[in-house]
Design a protein around this ligand. Structure first.
Ligand code: NAP
Ligand code: MG
Length: 511
């Protein structure tokens, strides 16, 4: 906890009601580059009263009706202009994304920023939706005309994690704004900078009325409970761990808020006997080690059939050894640092757990010795074989570059193990026989199943979890609908009292 005036790094304030404001406490927290330990900036530490101020601003902006009742085409036009402005500054955003969260330059420039822009545009386009949906003619008990009107929900509190900071900010604010809601966004404390820059760019366009978009940085344990329990907030959208997700449900229960939760995962990745091995080996590495396994949908439980096991594993381990662990700004780095010292220790602890449980580390993760990496949180990949599905390393989300490989004999047995988890976010199936792969995909309890691919999250497709991986869906048209209330309007067309009100009807009791 520091006062920023003694330091040189930039200072970031709260964004409330269209203005940048200092936190009431005047306290700021540093945010670091996990590759070097360098302090990148000092970020405002909001308290509950700062949060309430942002909530009041969002409430007033919603209730004045200007944004909520704007013609959908107009809202869409403004959002497209905002996306244009964000796109112009994409390299600035990529730089911040890399430095604040430790993702590789490859990930920032090939995935986070361009995909975020595509997803933002998707919702800018969807903002021009038809809010009235006619229902089939209803004749009983009398002729009536019926339709559904989609309305914005209201004030949305949105809490996001550190692993995809820019993309998660887009997934939250874009559909909420597109549907006419107002927003208070709370970024993760490890990675607030790209969301702050995004909001700064939006502010500079001058296109959003004050209070429609607010950003509050600060401890999740302070800002979160206020957002979740404040009666002026209508909806909570949260992406993060299942543990905090359970807490969010508890906090939001007193005011029965609308809710979407995108939580953890331990996704199965299933190789079928007839898989194209080159594709499946690279795909399995990608499924597990992309962003060091710090993705909720990472395919960290790999199921390999006995018949091709030895060949598959030989190739997989060989390719994994070649993955380059290095500084994120090196354009060839595959694995940069993990997010924090705490996360590094968690990963090392899980490696010990796996060894104690009797799994075999055919590739053992260790801290690299390269002096260039000495100040960051780096660890090389781990692959465990001889894993049983009931081991902790197969059941618990590690959120690091650790793969658990399970050998199997029959597909039925694999599907049973794949589904034997509290999670249900995603899965992969690899086969040359698409029909067979689809029949496996149909039996997996997960919100997304990729066949011969992994991590591909399209703007048009819904994303979200079965079981304890979450509630609701993001993206597609589903993501927009999660930010709307559905109102049924019934218009009687008969103007007759007959058959509708009971006052003139006598119903004799049956003997
Ligand atoms: P986390 O610890 O659950 O934190 C997520 C967010 O919640 C952060 O902004 C955090 O703020 C805030 N928070 C912490 N305690 C809170 C509380 N008591 N009430 C309300 N908010 C609170 O998760 P993380 O470590 O940042 O992210 C990793 C997790 O996110 C993994 O489990 C991953 O699977 C999941 N994830 C899921 C998806 C998906 O779409 N399903 C996508 C990405 C990540 P502070 O940063 O200030 O603590
Ligand atoms: Mg940081």
């Amino acid at each position: 906890m520091l006062h920023p005036d003694t330091n040189e790094a930039p200072v970031y304030n709260l964004y409330i009601n269209g203005q940048w404001r200092t936190p009431r406490s005047e306290l700021y927290e540093p945010t670091f580059d996990p590759a070097t330990g360098e302090i990148l900036g000092y970020v405002a530490k909001a308290d509950a009263e700062d949060t309430r101020e942002a909530i009041r601003a969002a409430r007033e902006a919603f209730d004045d009706g200007y944004w909520a009742s704007m013609a959908p085409g107009e809202r869409s036009r403004l959002l497209h202009q905002i996306v244009d402005a964000v796109e112009e500054r994409q390299f600035e955003l990529a730089e911040l994304e890399m430095r604040d969260g430790g993702c590789t330059w490859r990930k920032a420039t090939l995935m986070d920023i361009p995909v975020g822009l595509i997803h933002f545009r998707h919702f800018a386009k969807l903002a021009d939706f038809e809010p009235l949906e006619p229902l089939p003619q209803i004749q009983f008990p009398a002729l009536s005309y019926n339709y559904v009107r989609r309305e914005p929900i209201g004030v949305c509190g949105q809490i996001i994690p550190w692993n995809f900071p820019f993309l998660m900010a887009i997934w939250k604010i874009a559909p909420a704004l597109a549907a006419g809601n107002t927003v208070i966004l709370k970024p993760a404390s490890y990675t607030p900078l790209s969301a702050l820059k995004l909001v700064e760019i939006i502010h500079d366009t001058g296109l959003l009325p004050p209070g429609v978009l607010n950003l509050v940085t600060g401890p999740g344990q302070v800002v979160g409970p206020e957002l979740c329990s404040n009666p002026m907030v209508d909806k909570i959208a949260f992406t993060g761990s299942t543990e905090v997700g359970r807490d969010i449900i508890r906090q939001a229960a007193s005011t029965v808020k609308k809710m979407t939760l995108e939580l953890g995962g331990k996704s199965p990745n299933i190789i079928l006997e007839d898989a194209d091995l080159d594709l499946a080996v690279d795909g399995s590495l990608w499924a597990t080690f992309m962003h060091n396994g710090q993705a909720c949908e990472s395919g960290t439980r790999l199921f390999v059939p006995t018949s091709i096991y030895d060949e598959f594993m030989e190739r997989l381990v060989d390719r994994a050894r070649q993955l380059k662990v290095g500084l994120p700004d090196d354009g060839e780095t595959d694995l940069g640092p993990v997010i924090s010292a705490g996360q590094l220790h968690t990963i090392e602890d899980y490696i010990q757990v796996g060894i104690q449980e009797g799994a075999t580390p055919v590739l053992l993760g260790e801290r690299p010795t390269d002096p260039e990496l000495a100040n960051g949180f780096f660890i090389t990949p781990t692959i465990f074989t001889d894993v049983r599905n009931d081991m902790r390393i197969a059941q618990e989300e590690i959120f690091g570059p650790v793969l658990a490989v399970i050998k199997y004999d029959t597909v039925d047995e694999t599907i049973r193990m794949a589904n034997d988890t509290i999670y249900g976010l995603a899965a992969g199936v690899w086969s040359r026989d698409v029909e067979r792969a689809i029949s496996v995909a149909n039996r997996i309890k997960a919100g997304t199943v990729w066949i011969n691919d992994y991590h591909l999250i399209s703007a048009e497709a819904p994303f979200g979890g079965y079981k304890q991986s979450g509630l609701g869906r993001e993206l597609g048209v589903y993501g927009l609908h999660e930010y709307t209330e559905v109102k049924h309007i019934h218009v009687d067309l008969t103007n007759s009292r007959d058959a509708r009100f009971w006052y003139d009807i006598v119903v004799p009791r049956k003997e």
